[in-house]
Design a protein around this ligand. Sequence first.
Ligand SMILES: O=P(O)(O)O[C@H]1O[C@H](CO)[C@@H](O)[C@H]1O
Ligand SMILES: Nc1nc2[nH]cnc2c(=O)[nH]1
Length: 331
Amino acid sequence: MNVNEVSVNGSANGVSCESGTKSAGKRSNGLCNPVKDNSSYGSYEMVEEIATYLLERTRIRPRCGIICGSGLGCLADQLTDVDSFDYDAIPHFPVSTVAGHRGRLVFGRLGGVPVVCMQGRFHYYEGYSLAKCSMPVRVMRLVGCTHLIATNAAGAINSRFRVGDIMLIRDHVNLMGFAGNCPLLGPNDDRFGPRFLGMAKAYEPALLAVAKGAARQMPGMDDLLHEGVYCCVGGPNFETVAEGRLMALLGVDAIGMSTVHEIITARHCGMTCFAFSLITNMCTMSYDEEEEHCHETFVDVGRQLEGRICELVARVVASIGESCSETPLAK
Ligand SMILES: O=P(O)(O)O[C@H]1O[C@H](CO)[C@@H](O)[C@H]1O
Ligand SMILES: Nc1nc2[nH]cnc2c(=O)[nH]1
């Protein structure tokens, strides 16, 4: 059974996961490296408990989850009919430790469409596993979201980009995955999604087209907009010149420390995804350049572009709202 067929009130049968029992994730089967076994955190039951806790406290039934990147918390501030939950008040939730990530989950409406925003995300360099960083995406799915919009601050590898540009993410390079680190490590729970999954169309082409169409209607926006490939590294250090050049050789256009594992988790549980990067800096590609990387400055770039970014997201959400009203959610 796929998560798309499961209701949060536990009415699903709880079809067994790979190793045979509902709580199989907690069992050691001797095959898993315990260090890589994510099942000690984020079991289906735990995520369901979080979802139930939230749904009992809000009347919003979100269709779309939005993850606000560094300096992009403004996206949550534009919601109406808001119910917000500080992360430290939600059972089993991690806490945000990074400046520019406020640390709360905000339910509300954006242009009438019910959504839930993570106003602050979790990063690997904060000491959380990729599974823990991405766990809230599963919560979004279990509270009813069919779509995910992930946003981030990123450094440009592509020399045609400028600070303040927006890169719609067409694809990603899962560099941490190449090294064996993935949010889906460990026993698979089929109630979330399948063991193996394709990622060729991880970023929904129809939503990319909607965003490009929207940008054409927004004064000055078309010039700022690009499409490209994002890569996530563990951080928290920024790239060396050699690493920046390697990224360019790999076909990467922008680099950050988030999003990829969230998208993998979202695709695993059948969500439709859209993501973009706000270009907050140019990556240092030559030893002659001054390195000007400063997280606080990056956060300010987001604040300066608040209006445009909020409008772009609102337009994409409106189109998701239209498509959702055509295809009602499975119970
Ligand atoms: O990806 P978001 O959360 O936007 O944050 C980006 O900004 C921080 C670096 O300034 C890193 O955490 C990087 O990933
Ligand atoms: N890794 C990485 N993350 C970022 N987040 C914002 N800018 C950057 C960058 O240049 N490199």
